[in-house]
Design a protein around this ligand. Structure first.
Ligand SMILES: [Cu+2]
Length: 177
């Protein structure tokens, strides 16, 4: 009884598998989805990997391993306009073993996506007309403003130049304050 009771469901499972195999067979020819590219915020009020390249649709994940909060806001250096879509915020973390706050975005088309952190940098229009991020005078850190660039491209050479840290979500050595 037990065995015969199992049989129909077993048969159904096999049929489902066969159907799934048929359905998904063409997908095996497609390239596997690229893993996310990670950009880390550390204790230096910087985006550690401040230039990365991704394919259209590939995820960029901003990871705050700092103790303080940051924002990630897209802007157009030609017009000075900030983006309403590319506009994220992340919270700080007490340190290793605690959860990290992340912000994920992807871009459907190729192009250049400039961004900055409005907590630690500000956008300034230069005399030539170009808008650039500058370090806020009160912010500790290096001379460079907290800003970065995402190159959305299908160029394999550019995609291969991402720093090794951009492949790991958590970097053990970059918790800061
Ligand atoms: Cu910041």
């Amino acid at each position: 009884m037990f065995r015969s009771a199992l049989k129909p469901s077993h048969t159904a499972a096999l049929a489902a598998l066969a159907t799934a195999a048929t359905l998904f067979a063409p997908a095996s020819h497609a390239a596997p989805a690229a893993p996310p590219v990670y950009v880390h915020m550390n204790g230096a009020n910087m985006f550690l990997e401040n230039v990365v390249a991704v394919r259209p649709g590939q995820k960029v994940v901003f990871v705050d391993e700092d103790t303080g909060p940051h924002t990630i806001i897209g802007y157009n250096p030609l017009t000075g306009k900030t983006s309403t879509r590319f506009n994220g915020a992340v919270q700080g973390t007490p340190g290793p073993g605690h959860p990290v706050s992340t912000y994920t975005i992807s871009f459907p088309k190729t192009g250049l996506q400039f961004y900055y952190c409005s907590v630690h940098a500000e956008l300034v229009k230069e005399p030539g007309g170009r808008t650039v991020p500058k370090k806020r005078p009160t912010v500790h850190g290096f001379g460079d403003p907290m800003a970065g660039l995402i190159i959305v491209t299908t160029d394999r050479r550019l995609l291969a130049e991402n720093p090794p840290t951009s492949r790991e979500k958590i970097l053990p050595n970059y918790f800061g304050g």
